[in-house]
Design a binder for this molecule. Sequence first.
Ligand SMILES: Cc1cc2nc3c(=O)[nH]c(=O)nc-3n(C[C@H](O)[C@H](O)[C@H](O)COP(=O)(O)OP(=O)(O)OC[C@H]3O[C@@H](n4cnc5c(N)ncnc54)[C@H](O)[C@@H]3O)c2cc1C
Length: 389
Amino acid sequence: MSNLKNGGRPPLTYQSFVNIAGEPPEPVVEEYSVIPLIGDTGEYELFPVPKLEELGYGDISQEDVPLFRGGETEALKRMRESLQDKEWVAKFEKPKGDPSAFLKPATTVLSPYLKFGCLSSRYFYHCIQDVYMSSKMHTKPPVSLTGQLLWRDFFYTVSFGTPNFDHMKGNKICKQIPWKESEELFVAWRDGRTGYPWIDAIMIQLRRWGWMHHLARHSVACFLTRGDLFIHWEKGRDVFERLLIDSDWAINNGNWLWLSCSSFFYQYHRIYSPISFGKKYDPNGDYIRHFIPALKHMPREYIYEPWTAPLSVQEKARCIIGRDYPKPVVDHAAASKECRDRMGEAYASSRLGGGDPAIKGKKASNSRQRKVSEYAPDPSKSKQPKKSR
Ligand SMILES: Cc1cc2nc3c(=O)[nH]c(=O)nc-3n(C[C@H](O)[C@H](O)[C@H](O)COP(=O)(O)OP(=O)(O)OC[C@H]3O[C@@H](n4cnc5c(N)ncnc54)[C@H](O)[C@@H]3O)c2cc1C
């Protein structure tokens, strides 16, 4: 047992994971044209690809599904297209990407291919390394492109070594938080009807594409949990698990634990604004207009807060708030304050007993009342680069 790295325990921070993991090995070069046989029966059976209805997704719109053509050939084509722009690869910094970019997303959009095994993560990693070799400089983990793949393995490792990783109860690295029950608020979030266009557009993109940018996922996960609605991360996790085309048990649970400040990340006072965060990337609201046609004609100054538009403006935009598009389900200023207070109380009681052993006993600077920037673990502005991703 003594030769096990880290005493056989999963490292709980990204940096310690990277130090322990070292450089990923070379990919397997052998190419297979038939499925290799495993076991000694010498037989295997091929099944036809099941239809979406057979998998229980009959209710999902097929409109945008062809966005992700399946298979390894498509995966390799997309990977090569992404890596073609060597400067983009070398300068890639995850926190700087634009979550509202939907015509040309700001990241590789290879997650569905990695999830289904159409693309080998090791092969992808080494292809990125080849680009780095021919570049004068390149960004480094955690923000670089290789750094993204290491996040994947970080969550795989922690989830494998953590009993009840996908639950709050019985999960030693998860803060015990008395989340609220509200089916009405949950359904509004799930169905993209919160009345906050930035949040709703992201949830509609999730339902239609099965994919959204990482920071868009941050926004809606924060809003559901510790930012506004104070609803259990497990409920949001279930929605993502069902609707994401890249849905992955370890990564999804790991990121929900992170975003809800239940584990890994504890700065619960830093809340994404459902108004100003998206606006800073897309002031005209093109992303919102694309996914929420009801708001298509809303003037730019009201697109993120349409309930503030005078009735005459709403009439002209052919969108009456409360009729054609919902009123906000909560007042963000009041709701986020209440969430911070509740998180503070939960953290204080988990210092007394239970909670995350990694931070237990430490003076939690995050539970102090600080001047709160209106939104956001904006990782590009974070003073804690190690946490940026
Ligand atoms: C609440 C929440 C839930 C998430 N659920 C999933 C999920 O079920 N499946 C999933 O693949 N990703 C998930 N992510 C992580 C991340 O958002 C996606 O991997 C990424 O947006 C996929 O787009 P991309 O392939 O263009 O990423 P790129 O930025 O191009 O990154 C390349 C690859 O690195 C990996 N990667 C990137 N970011 C992360 C991350 N934060 N954690 C782990 N691996 C990462 C992915 O395999 C990704 O395809 C989640 C994030 C959040 C905030």
